[in-house]
Design a protein. Sequence first.
Length: 341
Amino acid sequence: MQYKGIKVNVITGFLGSGKTSLIKQLLANAPANETWAVLVNEFGEVGIDGDLLADTGVAIKQVPGGCLCCVSSAAFSVGLNELIKTAKPDRILIEPTGIGHPHQIVAQLSAAHYHNVLEVCATLCLVDARNLSNPRYLGHPAFFDQIDDADILIASKADTYEDGIAQRFIDFAKQFDPAKAVIALSAHGECDPAWLDVPRLASSTDHDHDHDHDHDHDHDHDHDHEHQHSAKTFTSQPAPGAVCYLKRDLEMGSIGWVIEPQWQLSQARFTQLLEWLTAQPSFWRFKGTLQVDGHMKQVNVTSTESYETRSDDSLSSRFECIFSESSDFDELQAELNKQLF
């Protein structure tokens, strides 16, 4: 069977920018006569976002354990090829890890062996514009690499912005050369499906990322580097029915758990856990599904905001913490296991 003209969009954005919510909205508004599919390329080993999209009714393929600076070629290609063959989609949405650099994903999608198979359309990047004044985000290289490589730049969670934040985003977004094809504000994960068919900017896949924006942040990253580092992955069993996955790569690390249904936390211990996490200087995000006082919750927490919703579809707990790499990483893991078990 010949697979031709499958439209593909990369939807990127830093941790907590709302990619999963936007993808859910897009899937809910997909044309009735088209088959869509989603490929999730995550940093950690547990695989969180694929499970959170499971209720959409479309084919989902998770590729956990992704590299921060590039695509894990074998796993990514195998996952993509499997999705193409099994789902036979008209469009594929690709959600890379929120702390990764998307440039090489787009380059791989444009490789010769996908010629005529994939039609690479616009790359969308979500930015929580409140973070444009946060030095911690501005200082992270992936934050700007994602923005630089985007054709469409969207300020997500616009319904939460205070006065002046939206205009700050628009002024920021207008600085780029080449200019973004679309600059937009989005509330509640809303996205115009027509944006997906915007063509890639001619120089989007070939700029050198060496420029100085007005926010006084210089960054110069070479996407043609050789893969000279090696990610370290470990598993352990901190309690019966629980498996802990530890991943360390470059400047970031993740600690994730998959726990059988009999485990749960009390609300008091859960609140204490989140308070402790958000007080850690190296903490970036806590995300997943876990059982609290007999009810499953979907949780997404960063150092600045927290979302919780009830999730009756999940049975086992599956969640992950992401931290900046630090010398106390092993201590963080030990303390987390102590609080959880």
